[in-house]
Design a protein around this ligand. Structure first.
Ligand code: HEC
Ligand code: HEC
Length: 187
């Protein structure tokens, strides 16, 4: 009978952790990244996997991933900041981006995702895991920018499930893939 109060306590603690105040370093991030702003090319971080956020912030700091303004902002973060930021953002609920997608492009994107076997890593619902990012419900303009960066070789992405290189993507494929991923329901 002791398990019930323990479970209630654990749930209450989880709720408290999600609602906890952001770490001080997050104030500057939220100015751009707060989901309610839905800014053109700014991705949502709330609910993204902690391991992925940690990896990207480290890549920005070490200039392995170059993208204005993040490669500069990350210079001011030490390992403890990165840990606290990744932990806090990952505990916030993931949302869905609000936008209108052309159904024909979405259908084309769905076919491309099947053809390239993108779900092999990102998961059937594109929720990702660990260092594989969630992309379902992410900002479509941001996603398209990343897919273009992959196809130009400006940002690293592993070969797709079929072994095809992301740098073979055409602009039409980029647009359809981004819209398909962005309109997927947020888990
Ligand atoms: C001036 C606006 C601005 C501020 C401030 C800012 N960011 Fe960003 N951030 C961006 C933009 C724009 C991108 C997309 C860059 C790109 O196109 O690759 C981004 C990308 C990211 C990404 C990559 C997300 C992904 O899915 O790969 C992470 C992680 C991130 N920011 C974390 C932070 C953190 C943590 C802070 C605070 C220390 C912060 N950002 C402050 C604008 C900002
Ligand atoms: C072999 C596993 C694998 C496959 C297959 C795969 N991905 Fe990825 N994807 C990753 C990993 C790992 C990352 C993070 C890369 C990094 O920053 O180091 C990523 C990152 C991304 C991002 C960036 C998200 C963000 O928040 O910045 C997008 C968009 C994406 N993948 C789309 C796709 C699409 C579309 C396909 C199919 C054409 C695909 N992926 C297939 C592993 C995979």
């Amino acid at each position: 009978m002791r398990t019930v109060p323990v479970l209630i306590l654990l749930c209450a603690m989880h709720g408290a952790a999600a609602a906890a105040e952001p770490p001080p370093a997050a104030a500057a991030c939220i100015e751009c990244h707060a989901r309610e702003y839905q800014r053109t090319s700014v991705p949502q971080l709330e609910g993204q996997h902690a391991a992925y956020l940690r990896m990207e912030l480290t890549h920005f700091r070490e200039k392995h991933r170059r993208a204005f303004p993040m490669d500069q902002i990350a210079q001011d973060l030490d390992d403890a900041d990165i840990e606290a930021l990744a932990d806090w953002f990952s505990r916030q609920p993931w949302g869905a981006w609000r936008f209108a997608a052309d159904p024909a492009r979405v259908a084309e994107g769905a076919q491309l995702v099947d053809r390239f076997q993108c779900a092999a890593c990102h998961g059937a619902g594109f929720t990702g895991t660990e260092v594989i990012p969630r992309t379902a419900g992410q900002n479509p303009v941001y996603l398209a920018r990343q897919l273009r960066a992959f196809s130009r070789g400006d940002r690293y992405h592993p070969p797709t499930g079929t072994g095809a290189r992301m740098f073979r993507l055409s602009e039409a494929e980029v647009e359809s893939l981004a819209l398909f991923l962005a309109q997927m329901p947020a888990p």
